[in-house]
Design a protein around this ligand. Structure first.
Ligand code: FMN
Length: 186
């Protein structure tokens, strides 16, 4: 693809709460996406049932079909997630499981994927981010380890209101997009 093409980045947010700071960051980067980049946020992760092979295959739940279609249509995946008890939230793990199937041919296969987010702990959710990379890699994604940001926020702070913090997340989006151009040119 050349530089005039639009790069579609699909964001998976690892928190379902209405006031999620990670969701607010995702919305900020969607609103301020770099030129040539469209950012969409996958809705409905909370409507996915827990992964169950009995539900999968023809007739999979509507939320699953929708997620797989969104992932398949994306050029890049960006996970924006907090950390829960030292790892990724279950809703995110579950979304990766659904996107990983059918085995060897899931929508996530070969998708360049980066993981970022904010958490209140001093390491900014780094364990969650590492575990997400590991799971996504095993699921078949092309995980970009060098594109990373584990932002630590203070209690009561709203990182989406901090211009410098949002700029750091926007730089991640730009890196994700330019990786695409470089790899296509290589
Ligand atoms: C069940 C639960 C477990 C948590 N565990 C961690 C943790 O292990 N490390 C951490 O940095 N923050 C942890 N937190 C705090 C989150 O970082 C903080 O609530 C964050 O703002 C949640 O993201 P959100 O604002 O996008 O919902 C936890 C929060 C919850 C609700």
């Amino acid at each position: 693809m050349d530089m005039t093409d639009n790069t579609r980045v699909l964001v998976l947010v690892g928190s379902l709460r209405a006031d999620s700071l990670n969701r607010k960051i995702a919305e900020a980067i969607r609103a301020q996406a770099p030129a040539g980049v469209t950012v969409d946020i996958a809705d409905g992760l909370g409507e996915l049932p827990f992964y169950n092979e009995d539900l999968d295959g023809d007739g999979a739940p509507e939320a699953v079909v929708r997620l797989r279609a969104q992932v398949a249509a994306a050029d890049r995946l960006l996970v924006v997630t907090p950390e829960y008890n030292g790892t990724m939230p279950a809703v995110l793990n579950n979304a990766i499981d659904w996107a990983s199937r059918p085995f060897g041919a899931g929508a996530i296969k070969d998708k360049p994927l980066a993981v970022v987010g904010t958490a209140v702990g001093q390491y900014g959710g780094q364990w969650a981010h590492e575990d997400t990379r590991k799971s996504a890699r095993i699921a078949g994604a092309a995980v970009l380890d060098d594109i990373a940001l584990s932002h630590a926020h203070a209690w009561g702070a709203d990182p989406s209101a901090e211009v410098e913090t949002v700029e750091k997340f926007l730089a991640v989006v730009a890196d994700l997009a330019s990786y695409q151009a470089e790899s296509a040119a290589a």
